[in-house]
Each structure stands twice: as C-alpha cells, then as structure tokens.
Design a protein around this ligand. Structure first.
Ligand SMILES: CC(=O)N[C@H]1[C@@H](OP(=O)(O)OP(=O)(O)OC[C@H]2O[C@@H](n3ccc(=O)[nH]c3=O)[C@H](O)[C@@H]2O)O[C@H](CO)[C@H](O)[C@@H]1O
Ligand SMILES: [Mn+2]
Length: 351
C-alpha cells in the first residue's frame, strides 16, 4: 500500500479499485505514470506514513482529568469554522490530554525562521523564548536562514533540539526578503527538511513567545488569524483586489484574514503551499505587479480555496502594541514593536 500515498489525490479514486485488488507494484505505478494516470511525488518525504501514525489518537489508560462538557465551554468566541476545522483558543483544549497523545509519537518538528540583514537582532529573543514555550519536550530543529552567520547568537537548547544555519543572500527590499521565504522554504523542504521532519512551522523572527505553544497546534494545514483584522468583515481585509494579480480575491469572497507570520502543517502540505505562493509571486513579477501584502496576499488566496484543517486564534499571533482584550485570555506569541526605518533596508527615516 506504500505507493498509494505517493499518488496525486485526483487519481486516487480510479486507483482505489486497483489497490483493493492487491498491492500496487512499483512496475504498475511506472506504467500508470507512462499513461499519465499518476505521478510520483518529487520530494522524498521522511515519513510517508506520518499522517497514518498521527491519526491514532492514543491516550494512556488511567489518565485523570476534568471531564469535558457538552454544554459548557468558551462562549464569547467562535471555536470552529463553517467547514468544521477547530479554532484554537485557551479553554478549547486540555494540555494534559493533548500532551499525553502527542508526546509519545516522538515527532520531529522543523521550524524555519529568517533573519536577514538587521533582523538578525531579533533572533536571540526568538530562540530563548521558544526554548521556554514552543513545543517543549518535542524534538525541534530550527532552520535559521541568514546572510549574517557570524551574528547568529549561541543559545542553549534543550536536549533533542538543534539548529542548522542556511546561508541566503541579502536584499535591499524588505518586501523581497519576506516573499522569497516561500521559494527558500520550498527548496529547503526538497533538499533536507522533507527527509527529516513530520511537521513544519514557518515563523516571523521579529517575535517573542510568552505562553504555551504546544501540540494543540499540530494538524495537516494550519493558519493563524491576523490580530489586526479578526474583528472586521472581509470587505475590510487587505486582500489583493486588482484582477491583474494572481493573488486577486473578488469582492464578496473571504473567510478570515490570515497572517503571513505563522504557517504550519505536515511538511508535504506546507511544501505544496510554499510552491504555490512562489509560483504566483513569480508570475506576478513577470507581469510587473506586486500583491498588496506580498506572499501574505498569495497565502490568503491559497487558504481561501484550500481550507486549513486547523486555525490558530490571535492568541498565537498578537502584536505588542495592541492591548489585551476579553477574547484573548492569554498571549502566546507576539510581534515586537520595531522601528521600521531602523531595521528595514528600504524604509526612509522620518525627518
Ligand atoms: C504579523 C504578520 O503576519 N506579519 C506579516 C506582515 O508584516 P511584518 O511587518 O510582520 O513583516 P516583517 O518586516 O516582520 O517581515 C517578515 C519576516 O521576513 C524576514 N525579514 C524581513 C525583512 C528584513 O529586512 N529581514 C528579514 O529577515 C523576517 O523573518 C521577518 O520576520 O506582512 C509581511 C508581508 O510581506 C509578512 O507576511 C509578515 O509575516
Ligand atoms: Mn513580522
């Protein structure tokens, strides 16, 4: 059955019959490929069967915890999307149960973070606070993409956690640095991460963790609601509105506005997403157009038509300048206040 998972979803139905009749042999897959009926995935993902393994939600016998209620729960926020994906808020999950299910899986978690140019200054706080709060007790491999290797701080990591530095070129446009993350993450997945990790998180570096960010955030395709727009309706979202851009979203359509600062999921699904965004960014560039919020605009279009399987509430993506409110009971991860003119290569200082 191994090859079943390597076949494009659109072709799984006709193949299902064959699979039921017996195991698809290597030769059969090649014949189907020649016939144009299926295509082997170009990336050699480390754990083809990760999705099968993680679907077994095994909970240990004898674990005692507060009984979940059918009637009482969060009432001042929505905790599920209309396509039945959970929206993760404090009070919607029990960390004890979540940890007891996911920790024994020995998952390997890749985490990408870009620190190009002056943004290298944010790395120390990012890493030090991640070690306190982010996927604690999990195997985490940080991939730091930077053009300033010598300025990467030495931070003590917990056992089982490590860092790889990936050299990348600098740029004199912050928009380009932010957007090119898509291409670089896609390539890193193909070269290395795909063989090493089960899940991947792609995070902004100008951030700090303040509270638990754990296995409750694991799912096939995970997006985070942008803290600036969660109280607004979609006509006020900063979607790309010019039909000339590949990121175009017509008026009247929309779910949530997702932040570009946190994308996560199975390595395979994040690979698909980054490849899509990279291709759309390149198509726009060829037409001399740049979407309103660069890769974030393409991400929002992708997620409108490829619904995420789990959504993180703004607890998982806050901004330090915003006051805490009733809905957000805990801030877990927040963008620090930054002096744009000081850290971005192409923002003029005010006179
Ligand atoms: C909260 C949130 O969702 N933030 C998004 C938002 O603005 P932000 O203001 O958060 O963008 P930003 O300046 O933090 O840039 C995004 C990321 O690119 C990297 N970087 C950027 C500039 C630079 O000179 N060096 C460098 O390393 C760094 O990892 C940074 O965290 O819109 C951007 C659109 O392009 C991205 O989608 C950001 O993720
Ligand atoms: Mn940022």
């Amino acid at each position: 059955m191994r090859f079943f998972t390597k076949i494009r979803p659109s072709f799984t139905l006709p193949l299902f019959g064959i699979v039921l009749l017996g195991e698809v042999k290597n030769k059969d897959v090649r014949i189907l490929e020649v016939l144009g009926l299926c295509q082997q995935d170009p990336v050699n993902f480390r754990r083809e069967n990760c999705s099968c393994r993680t679907r077994d939600m095994l909970s240990p016998q004898g674990l005692l915890y507060k009984q979940p209620s059918v009637l009482k729960g969060r009432t001042n926020v929505v905790t599920v999307t209309p396509w039945l994906a959970p929206i993760v808020w404090e009070g919607t999950f029990n960390p004890l149960i979540v940890d007891s299910i996911y920790k024994p899986m020995h998952l390997s978690i890749a985490t990408t973070v870009f620190a190009v140019g002056k943004y290298v200054r944010f790395l120390r706080d990012f890493l030090e606070t991640a070690e306190k709060h982010f996927m604690v007790d999990f195997k985490v491999h940080y991939y730091i993409f930077t053009d300033r290797r010598e300025d990467v701080p030495a931070v003590v990591l917990a056992p089982g956690r490590n860092v790889t530095i990936i050299p990348v070129p600098g740029s004199n446009r912050w928009q380009e640095i932010s957007s090119r993350r898509m291409e670089m993450i896609q390539t890193a997945i193909e070269n290395q991460i795909g063989k090493e990790a089960d899940y991947i998180f792609c995070l902004d570096v100008d951030t700090k963790f303040h509270g638990r960010w754990g296995a409750e955030t694991l799912s096939r395709l995970v997006a985070t609601i942008h803290p600036g727009y969660y109280e607004h309706t979609h006509e006020h979202y900063p979607y790309e509105r010019r039909p000339a851009s590949r990121a175009y979203i017509p008026a009247g359509e929309g779910d949530y506005y997702y932040g570009g600062a946190t994308i996560a999921g199975y390595v395979r699904d994040v690979h698909k997403l980054t490849k899509y965004c990279r291709e759309q960014l390149e198509a726009d560039a060829a037409n001399s157009i740049e979407a309103a919020w660069q890769e974030e605009s393409h991400l929002n279009r992708y997620l409108l038509y490829n619904k995420p399987t789990k959504i993180l509430s703004p607890e998982y993506l806050w901004q330090d300048f915003k006051a805490k409110n009733n809905e957000v009971q805990i801030i877990r991860f927040s963008q620090v206040n930054k002096n744009y003119a000081e850290v971005r290569p192409n923002v003029k200082k005010r006179k």
